[in-house]
Write a protein that binds this ligand. Structure first.
Ligand code: CMC
Length: 379
């Protein structure tokens, strides 16, 4: 029974459900701005800490504001002892499952647990921005039978994240690249995870609950998992000459080429080019230029699809950067989460500030008015 008068927007494609003052996206022209600042300026000139401040407070910080903000971030880098124990209990799970559980548990230990003001949400959000990298790397060390590595307060957010992997101070170039990656992932409008976080916030549930749900939504391959799959694809391709045949086979089987396509961008994802440069430089630097060449060959093989609006997206280049930075493949999605925390936090705050319960409709197409048959009479 299909009611033809009902207009369905499956996947809510093209539907505006609220207003935002945080992130502007023009998918046709490939434009992305955070709080009115073009992503290219932010990626080239800013730092993740400045961008986080910008997203949370609406303006770029001056020196003093940035110093204070940095201090709050650094202060929050450690975790309550109970969180390490929880991580240890579930250490054999996928890092995204561990992250989701640990963030959910953090709610119980946050000093602003009962504070449901916007200021409270910002304080919790700043803490989560710092705690999430520590959770990801602590889990990585614990699952390998090693103690978690203490945060290094001499390093910035990106540098400390990389440091907590193995206790080695990364090169400045590697830190800068990770910093850029975090900036590029910091927010992205009504993507699946931010929307999920908003749905939870719209019931007036707490920030940790909303972010926990956002992490769950991010974990799937259509959203956060693409970078991991791109790296897998690059490994399977093995050499640039094999890229075209590999891509053709995928497409002939009606499979998706990971790192391509986007619900919003019908032109190139503006975030992608910043990481492309990074892959080129890093793969040459470590003497493995074939990774860049493989990705270039895949991009070339996919070029006929640009006519259909299928272009390279941010995650196409991210995976190889993580791989060349020595990060295990199953930590690629958690890295996306590390960068995305400020975006989720501010979107949850926007939702609280002008709240309305998000409760759309489903058009029922099943059977109706059936006669109830008692259990004893059912065949
Ligand atoms: N490879 C091959 N064909 C594709 C791809 C792709 N990566 N993406 C879309 N298409 C085709 C799709 O098969 C469909 O063709 P047809 O109309 O003949 O059935 C058409 O394009 C439209 O696809 P869609 O699924 O309706 O588009 P969507 O807006 O729902 O999908 C997407 C968006 C990101 C889920 C999809 O492009 C995809 O699965 N890409 C690969 C995964 C990926 O790279 N995800 C990371 C996105 S960027 C990070 C983020 O912001 O989350």
């Amino acid at each position: 029974m299909v009611n033809k008068s009902v207009k369905l927007y499956r996947g809510l494609q093209g539907v505006y459900f609220d207003r935002t003052r945080t992130t502007f996206i023009d998918g046709s022209n490939g434009i992305l701005e955070y709080r009115g600042y073009n992503i290219h300026d932010l990626a080239e000139k800013s730092t993740f800490e400045e961008v986080s401040y910008l997203l949370l407070h609406g303006d770029l910080p001056n020196r003093q504001q940035l110093d204070t903000f940095n201090d709050s971030l650094k202060e929050a880098r450690n975790l309550p002892a109970q969180i390490f124990s929880i991580i240890d209990e579930i250490k054999n799970s996928h890092p995204m499952d561990v992250l989701r559980t640990a963030v959910s548990a953090l709610a119980s230990f946050d000093e602003d647990r009962e504070n449901d003001t916007v200021e409270g949400a910002i304080k919790k959000g700043i803490r989560l921005t710092s705690q999430v990298p520590t959770i990801v790397m602590a889990h990585h060390n614990i699952r390998n039978g090693n103690p978690p590595i203490e945060p290094n307060q001499n390093l910035n957010h990106a540098g400390n994240f990389l440091y907590m992997l193995n206790g080695k101070i990364p090169s400045q170039q590697t830190i800068n690249l990770m910093d850029k990656d975090f900036i590029l992932h910091a927010d992205h409008g009504s993507n699946a995870s931010a929307f999920t976080a908003r749905v939870v916030a719209s019931t007036n549930a707490d920030l940790h609950g909303a972010i926990t749900a956002g992490i769950a939504a991010l974990s799937g391959p259509s959203h956060g998992g693409a970078a991991e799959n791109v790296m897998q694809m690059a490994k399977e391709i093995e050499s640039p000459e094999k890229a075209e045949g590999y891509v053709k086979t995928l497409l002939a089987n009606r499979e998706r080429v990971m790192g391509f396509g986007h619900r919003v961008y019908r032109s190139e994802d503006p975030r992608a080019r910043h990481l492309k440069e990074g892959v080129k430089r890093l793969s040459a630097e470590v003497g493995q230029p074939h990774w860049y060449q493989i990705l270039e060959a895949v991009q070339k093989a996919m070029s006929p699809y640009s006519r259909r609006g299928i272009h390279v997206n941010v995650d196409f280049f991210a995976g190889v950067i993580y791989y060349l930075s020595g990060i295990p493949q199953d930590l690629f999605v958690p890295i996306f989460a590390v960068g995305r925390i400020p975006g989720w936090v501010i979107q949850v705050i926007e939702q609280y500030e002008h709240n309305i319960l998000i409760r759309p409709l489903l058009h029922y197409t099943g059977e109706r008015e059936r006669t109830y048959i008692p259990l004893k009479d059912r065949v």
